[in-house]
Ligand binder design. Structure first.
Ligand code: COA
Length: 125
């Protein structure tokens, strides 16, 4: 289940974001979390599985029609189980048809891997 970031989740969110290669430096990580807390066009969501928060996704809204996924991270214990893909799909549903979700350069290969095959499957139905 996708939930909005709140200050109470700061530690878990920072822990998850620290797996993102560009966020290894604690100072940069703090700047990132403050950006999500203070700027309306930067939005952070957490992924809750039962009682556990196991993923995070952050987007930058570029315009009314476009948002870029800037951060995506899944707890290593839950990787390669389709969680990342489910998080993106849930966010797409949350944003609705009018907003096109695009991956950052760092996520392009992963995003392609997740949704390219699906397109083929759907086309083949
Ligand atoms: C990238 C990440 C979010 C993927 O989460 P996940 O839940 O393990 O991914 P999924 O299980 O949905 O994977 C779906 C597919 O993408 C593939 N994949 C995983 N990471 C990939 C990557 N970095 N590049 C390309 N493909 C990748 C998986 O092998 C899987 O393919 P398959 O279905 O053909 O086996 C996770 O590895 C992670 O948290 N990494 C650390 C943070 C990070 O680097 N984020 C990206 C930059 S913001």
């Amino acid at each position: 289940m996708l939930i909005r970031y709140k200050k109470n989740y700061e530690k878990i969110a920072m822990g998850l974001l620290s797996y993102v290669p560009s966020e290894k430096d604690i100072k940069l990580l703090l700047q990132t979390i403050r950006k999500y807390e203070s700027q309306d066009d930067w939005q952070l969501f957490l992924w809750k599985d039962g009682e556990d928060i196991i993923g995070v996704i952050g987007i930058h809204t570029e315009s009314a029609e476009k948002a870029t996924i800037e951060h995506l991270s899944v707890n290593p214990s839950f990787r390669a189980e389709g969680v990342g893909k489910r998080i993106i799909s849930a966010l797409m549903e949350f944003l609705g048809d009018k907003v096109k979700l695009v991956p950052s350069a760092a996520l392009a290969a992963y995003y392609q891997n997740c949704f390219h095959e699906k397109d083929h499957e759907e086309a083949g139905r």
